[in-house]
Design a protein around this ligand. Structure first.
Ligand SMILES: Cc1cc2nc3c(=O)[nH]c(=O)nc-3n(C[C@H](O)[C@H](O)[C@H](O)COP(=O)(O)OP(=O)(O)OC[C@H]3O[C@@H](n4cnc5c(N)ncnc54)[C@H](O)[C@@H]3O)c2cc1C
Ligand code: FES
Length: 253
């Protein structure tokens, strides 16, 4: 785990309030796995002790990409950082996605900004496993497909792909999914993840899910990020230390 000030290469505005931060950090890029996150101090003025967590979106050579939308003050400051400034990073943190294992098709399932960790997952799996990507959003502007492969979409308003949610889209593709040896990788809003958990349990699909919560320290000290466990020996797990990636069956969503 490093604490460092990494030079900001640029901020890229993708579309509709979605930003990519490109940061130069060989220390982080040589030590990070898909699904891990960085805790960023966005400004000394804004609650200086509080950092903001972001999944690593992608890694290209010595550059890290983070993807975010402007939600509050922290993300607004990040989106407007000038080139040449530095980004105060604590990380890499948490447990990422386990991409090894006995599957031949990775099924990526994301809703909205839940797509953020999957360009890096896709990059790591490309050429090694088949990839099917299912993306949902309220409307077509909420469907983020940056650096993803083999995409099928669902939107609540029907403006792109299936009219419905991403789990309904999975239901439509159940024959295809059952014909493959799959492992699911998911991230998205709570309602989506609840429906996905039910779908995976019903159909006996193995699913790793990246969870989110409001965090403080980011590495297991403050106990501020509990998630209820479904395991008998543990009542709570910590999202930052035990996760953010869990087997979907092991946590209450
Ligand atoms: C492990 C992890 C990985 C994450 N990865 C990403 C990512 O890749 N891209 C991305 O855009 N966001 C990600 N987030 C969420 C991100 O940390 C928050 O959006 C960010 O901290 C908001 O900061 P802010 O100062 O702009 O908003 P604030 O002013 O702090 O909050 C604005 C609003 O957003 C809500 N909010 C703040 N944090 C969260 C959160 N964690 N979950 C849900 N609502 C929140 C607040 O309750 C408030 O309503 C991740 C969170 C975690 C825990
Ligand atoms: S954020 Fe402090 S223990 Fe998880």
């Amino acid at each position: 785990m490093y604490i460092l000030n990494a030079p900001l290469e640029k901020v890229i505005e993708l579309d509709h309030n979605i930003y990519l931060l490109k940061v130069h950090s060989p220390e982080i890029t040589s030590n990070i796995n898909p699904g891990q996150f960085l805790n960023i101090r966005v400004s000394d003025k804004l609650a200086p002790l509080l950092r903001r967590p972001f999944s690593v979106c992608d890694v290209e050579g010595e550059y890290i990409y983070l993807m975010f939308n402007i939600l509050g003050e922290g993300t607004s400051i990040l989106a407007h950082k000038p080139k040449g400034s530095t980004i105060d990073i604590l990380g890499p943190l948490g447990n990422g996605f386990d991409l090894s294992g006995n599957f031949d098709t990775a099924v990526i399932v994301a809703g909205g900004l839940g797509a953020a960790p999957f360009p890096f997952v896709t990059r790591k799996l490309n050429g090694k496993k088949d990839i099917l990507t299912f993306i949902g959003g309220r409307s077509k502007v909420d469907v983020i497909t940056y650096n993803l492969k083999n995409i099928r979409e669902a939107t609540d308003d029907g403006s792109l792909g299936l009219k419905g949610n991403v789990v309904q889209l999975l239901e439509k593709n159940i024959e295809l999914l059952k014909s493959k040896k799959t492992k699911f990788f998911a991230c998205g809003p709570t309602m989506m993840l609840r429906a996905l958990k039910e779908f995976c349990i019903k159909n006996n699909f193995d699913c790793a899910v990246s969870t989110e919560c409001v965090m403080a320290c980011g590495f297991g000290i403050c106990q501020g990020c509990p998630i209820e466990s479904t395991q008998q020996h543990e009542e709570y797990l910590l999202v930052c230390k035990d996760g953010p990636v869990f087997n979907i069956k092991d946590v209450e969503i």
